[in-house]
Design a protein. Structure first.
Lengths: 219, 256, 207
């Protein structure tokens, strides 16, 4: 299982891997927002956390469709399915590797983009923390979409369409926890705890559902 | 006439990667030493000259910031010329040059952005404003990163060369447009108070270290660029050797 | 150990691909599955590998190691595709599968360089898998069978893309596996070069 984790990590860092593309996409998406809403620093500071969250959500969806499709194309998926090790565990490890390669760089990049949005230190810290807590949930939800769409020739867009509605709760609680940290009256902990709960919930549900979908997708 | 043909011959000599490697080996130490020398002089000047009466010590950031901003643009120009070299003259080293310049350009642009940000914090009270100048440099940075990603995504250097050359040229045409549109966009919204330092026209006191640092940075760029080109040529040779090794493997052991 | 298949049938979509296939293989025996294209050779192998559910019938192991309900847990499957990553080196590919697959009880895999040697490709393990030619890639995929021990080998057109000498080399590997008490089931058009294999002629299902 550790071998699988490091192999996936290596694959996403090597040429053609998705690790760098995700961060780049994140930066570009966040960078074009001010062109749309105008360079009003106060406005940007206010909507900054939400923009960072939406950017991170879109960026982490980017490479997800390849999660199982790449394995299927070269036949590795067959061997992964055949083993006596539970498939749920295999899927979980693949999600963890995918998150470490694409989700973690987003979290690391978010403070810099926060500066572009003229956010203060507290808001940046809160965004980073909520992204760290919430981004794994997106990967786990995405794994379900990726597993469902694995046999489709053009699954990429479909994965995004399938996954985005499911990721809405993550977005809601992630953004509201961030705003709660910045604006005084609202308490930070309750929405943050719910966010953590969502992540843990999907860490269980996601791999189970994805494994079930993969088993039935075999042809 | 003869001088002209000699120049052409020299230029096409350079097309031979082996010649280039030999030349690079000879030039690099001198170039590096010269760059180090200018850096030493520039840094000494930067720290011994007086600070600005308004900005105090922070003005010294300028000696790093302005040269790197300048180089971020020069590097893109070098890449655009290389791209032309790939597409028009089919110079074999042109795509090596374009490919190896991209990370250097990105680094200088990053340096310009970071130092600008450090300067902006005490001067403007914020790390970043969506000022026309800053924004267009940031867009340039994104373009560099996109080009690097494109180069990395393609396995075959010969194929990626022409594709990224096209992209570089499109970017080169686009940059003035971006700059122009951003300025127009920006002046609509931004109060003029936070614009650039229009304050003092540059004093010779600041100009001297600035120029020395600019020369030092330029020398550094060429040192890095030639070294990076050399590495890229070596990398390609290693790749082709490995492919050759793969082709030959297993033949002799299996021969009946 | 004995591999038993009784009355297997499989269906793809609405169509029955094959019906009522039965065989029994003891340790050291090989089964060569032949038949025209579309007769269901690949489907049969995928059923044996547990990748497709059989419509009816039963697969079981007699006298095998305890704790293995289904034969696919004791099997190597070499399909049409090689299950190796182009971006990783041969060594990284093989060592990943070695560590991920692990050994079945009753044997152990050989180390990477010995496996590369066995398929006649020693010395290129540090190259990216994508640099190799189609035949070399196929041979490296066979090295995968050696690095982790599995008593049962399921091989789907194993010698496609191989030249004559590599063909012979592969026959040697199969024979060695059989000598050590392994079981081999191969779908192929070419003779495997094994002495007296059992054969199964797939005719396809006629309506």
């Amino acid at each position: 299982m550790i071998a699988l984790f490091f192999r996936d990590l290596k694959l996403s860092v090597r040429a053609g891997g998705g690790a760098m593309i995700g961060v780049l996409f994140f930066m570009t998406v966040v960078a074009v927002i001010p062109f749309g809403v105008g360079p009003d620093l106060n406005l940007l500071a206010r909507i900054g956390p939400a923009i960072l969250w939406i950017g991170a959500l879109l960026a982490s969806l980017l490479g997800l469709d390849r999660l199982f499709q790449a394995e299927r194309e070269d036949g590795s998926l067959d061997l992964l399915l055949m083993q006596e090790t539970p498939l749920v565990l295999t899927v979980f490890v693949k999600c963890a590797a995918h998150w470490a390669a694409t989700g973690l760089p987003l979290v690391v990049a978010s403070p810099f983009l926060g500066l572009f949005m003229n956010m203060n230190e507290l808001a940046i810290g809160a965004t980073m923390l909520t992204l760290l807590a919430g981004a794994p949930a997106i990967t786990f939800i995405g794994a379900v979409g990726a597993a469902v769409a694995v046999a489709l020739p053009r699954g990429g867009l479909l994965v995004s369409i399938l996954v985005l509605p499911l990721a809405i709760p993550v977005l809601i609680f992630g953004v509201s926890a961030t705003y709660a940290a910045v604006e005084d009256p609202a308490p930070f902990l309750p929405p943050f705890m719910i966010l953590l709960a969502i992540t843990l919930f999907f860490a269980v549900i996601g791999p189970v559902a994805a494994a079930a979908a993969l088993k039935h997708s075999a042809d | 006439m003869s001088e002209n043909s000699l120049a052409i011959r020299k230029f096409s000599d350079l097309a031979n990667p082996t010649r280039f490697l030999a030349l690079a080996d000879r030039i690099l130490p001198w170039l590096a030493a010269l760059a180090a020398l200018f850096f030493a002089a520039g840094l000494w000047l930067s720290f011994t000259t007086e600070g600005d009466y308004q900005q105090g010590e922070t003005v010294r950031i300028m000696y790093v910031h302005v040269p790197s901003a300048w180089l971020s643009m020069m590097c893109y120009t070098v890449m655009a010329i290389s791209a032309l070299g790939t597409l028009v003259w089919r110079h074999p080293l042109a795509d090596v040059s374009a490919k190896s310049a991209a990370p250097i350009g990105a680094s200088f642009t990053f340096l310009a952005l970071v130092t600008g940000s450090f300067w902006g914090k005490p001067m403007w009270g914020t790390w970043w404003v969506w000022d026309a100048r800053l924004t267009s440099v940031f867009v340039l940075f994104l373009m560099y990163l996109g080009l690097i990603a494109l180069n990395r995504a393609m396995e075959d250097p010969a194929r990626s060369a022409r594709v990224s050359a096209v992209l570089i040229l499109v970017g080169f045409v686009n940059i003035p447009i971006i700059k122009f549109s951003v300025e127009w966009w920006n002046t609509l919204h931004q109060p003029a108070s936070v614009m650039r330092l229009d304050g003092p026209t540059i004093d010779p006191e600041f100009l001297r270290p600035l120029l020395v640092m600019a020369v030092a940075f330029t020398l550094l760029f060429f040192t890095l660029h030639i070294a990076a080109m050399r590495n890229e040529i070596w990398r390609r040779r290693v790749t082709s050797l490995r492919r050759q090794a793969a082709r030959h493997a297993g033949r002799e052991t299996l021969a009946p | 150990m004995r591999l038993l298949a009784e009355g297997l049938s499989a269906r793809r979509g609405e169509d029955l691909i094959f019906n009522d296939i039965s065989f029994s293989l003891a340790a050291g025996e090989a089964l060569v599955v032949t038949g025209p294209n579309g007769s269901g050779k690949s489907t049969l192998l995928r059923v044996l590998a547990g990748l497709l559910r059989a419509e009816s019938g039963r697969l079981s192991i007699e006298n095998g190691p305890s704790g293995f309900a289904h034969p696919h847990e004791l099997s190597h499957y070499l399909g049409h595709r090689n299950a190796m990553k182009r971006e990783l080196t041969v060594e990284e590919n093989l060592s990943f599968w070695q560590r991920f697959l692990g050994d079945s009880p009753g044997g152990s895999g050989i180390d990477l360089s010995a496996a590369a040697e066995a398929v006649g490709l020693a010395g290129i393990a540090q190259l990216p898998f994508g640099y190799l030619s189609a035949g070399q890639q196929r041979r490296m995929a066979m090295a995968k069978l050696l690095v982790a021990y599995r008593p049962i080998w399921l091989l789907d057109e194993p010698t496609a893309a191989l030249d004559v000498s590599a063909d012979r080399l592969f026959a040697g590997l199969v024979a060695a596996h059989l000598d050590h008490g392994g079981i081999v089931i191969a779908a192929t058009h070419q003779p495997l070069g094994i002495a007296q294999p059992k054969t199964l002629q797939m005719k396809g299902f006629t309506h």
